[in-house]
Write a protein that binds this ligand. Structure first.
Ligand code: SF4
Ligand code: SF4
Length: 450
């Protein structure tokens, strides 16, 4: 397996650093074979189950990725909309944030009278229909495998709860053999304003809805008389095994309908008898070998130009999430989530006939010949959508094309926090402005055409 050789960044060493916590699991019996995660990801060695407390949000909350005073939680956002749909810690009063009440709601009991399931496939179709009705855009079901679990549960606020020995995870998979991933997509037009409050709103707004959908689905399964454990599994692994999507070079699950604009974080683990799905082939494996648009445009150089690596026993494209998330505390005043690698990905498009046609063309081309098709599709994507996304988006009084010194408000009734809503013609505040990091990426455009 090739190591990362191109354009080393200060954070690249973190890609190959061994994990320091936990022991690798030694799976045997029914778990001896690794799970089938499709063409983009392979479990090839011992895996240390990751503690949720070692993941980016808790680390940012503890101030480990930036100065403590700059942590992205517990700071009042300058943008009122971000305060109520963003991180709970951004609001003046958390009681103004409905998602906070939802997060702190006590867990419900399981109905002692079980609905009997004679046809798991029919129950799977039913659960998917219910999940969609409750608001989820994508739903998948996978067979549980210990390598797909977190070491401890992710709580409602993304923090760690508990921890477990590998054998406990084995036992967990035996007791609750099915994993469900259910999530919501981000609005395609809004995320064109990546590195901007508009993109943030699409991201956080969708997460709030996704959280409600998952909580409702959890309650539904309990009412059927079965256990539903939230946050025990890695949502990306479940999505891969369930056939919801494939892992891109950008470290995101790329789905058939929405491309990369879905945050695959919400999972349930259950003993409700279900029929697991299978990995799908959208051609992401072939596309990412050629494309590299996300690596070209990432402002923090967190996405590799090189081949896949083996990290913690898993062969995949590994992004450097430490450098990616380290950005957040420092740009918090302007926006919160970058999303450039989501917006720029050729798979992230409106779900139209020509997009479906392009994916079908790739899927039906024999694998050895796909490189040629990818080059053609990538050429089209660059011509029609641009190698670097710079679309101007106007939404609810926010305007991604406005620079400081220009009027930021475009409609009456704007609620954004500009000094005087641009009436004086003076600096209109931070809203409606691409943070200048974007300009830094232009120097990589040439490399993109190689
Ligand atoms: S979110 Fe932004 S900084 Fe992070 S990997 Fe994607 S493009 Fe890079
Ligand atoms: S932008 Fe290109 S290289 Fe990056 S994930 Fe999407 S298809 Fe793969």
């Amino acid at each position: 397996m090739a190591a990362i050789t191109e354009r080393p960044t200060p954070g690249d060493r973190l890609l190959t650093e061994p994990l320091t916590q936990g022991e690798p699991g030694k799976w045997d019996g029914e778990f001896a074979a690794p799970p089938d995660l499709g063409r983009t990801v392979h479990v090839v060695g011992p895996v240390i189950n990751v503690k949720p407390s070692d993941t980016p949000h808790p680390r940012n909350s503890r101030g480990e990725l930036g100065p403590v005073m700059m942590t992205h939680r517990n700071r009042l956002s300058v943008d009122p909309l971000s305060r109520v749909i963003g991180e709970v810690g951004h609001a003046l009063d958390r009681r103004n944030v409905p998602a906070d009440a939802l997060n702190r709601a006590p867990k419900g009991d399981i109905n002692p009278v079980r609905v009997q399931v004679s046809d798991p496939a029919a129950m799977s179709r039913h659960i998917k229909r219910v999940a969609h009705y409750l608001g989820a855009d994508v739903v998948g079901i996978a067979r549980a495998h210990p390598t797909m679990l977190n070491n401890g549960r992710i709580s409602d606020e993304g923090m760690a709860e508990g921890g477990a020995e590998p054998e406990d995870l084995d036992e967990l998979c035996r007791k609750y053999p099915y994993l469900i991933v259910a999530s919501t997509a981000w609005d395609n037009e809004m995320i064109q304003a990546h590195r901007h409050r508009i993109g943030d709103t699409a991201y956080h707004g969708s997460q709030q809805k996704g959280n409600l959908a998952l909580r409702s689905l959890e309650g539904y399964i309990k009412e059927l008389g079965y256990t539903a454990l939230r946050g025990t599994a890695n949502g990306q692994a479940v999505a891969l095994a369930a056939g919801v999507g494939e892992l891109g070079r950008n470290g995101l699950i790329i789905t058939e309908k929405y491309g990369a604009r879905v945050n695959m974080s919400g999972t349930l683990m259950t003993d409700l008898p279900l029929a697991p799905g299978k990995p799908i082939d959208l051609g992401v494996e072939d596309f990412c070998k050629v494309c590299r648009k996300c690596a070209n445009t990432c402002p923090t150089n967190s996405i590799s130009f090189g081949d896949k690596v083996v990290y913690n026993g898993i062969e995949k494209y590994k992004i450097n999430w430490l450098t990616c998330y380290r950005l957040r505390p420092f740009v918090h005043k302007y926006w919160e989530a970058c999303l450039t690698c989501v917006a720029v990905c050729p798979y992230t498009k409106p779900n139209t006939w020509w997009r479906t046609l392009a994916i079908k063309a790739l899927q039906t081309t024999p694998i050895p010949a796909r490189g040629l098709v990818v080059r053609g599709l990538k050429w089209l994507d660059d011509r029609f959508w641009g190698a670097v996304k710079q679309s101007r988006v106007q939404w609810m009084g926010y305007d991604s094309g406005i620079k400081p010194g220009e009027q930021a408000c475009t409609i009456a009734g704007c609620t954004a926090d500009h000094e005087d809503h641009g009436q004086s013609g003076k600096v209109a505040g931070e809203v409606g402005y691409y943070f200048p990091l974007k300009e830094n990426t232009n120097r990589f455009v040439k490399r993109d055409k190689v």
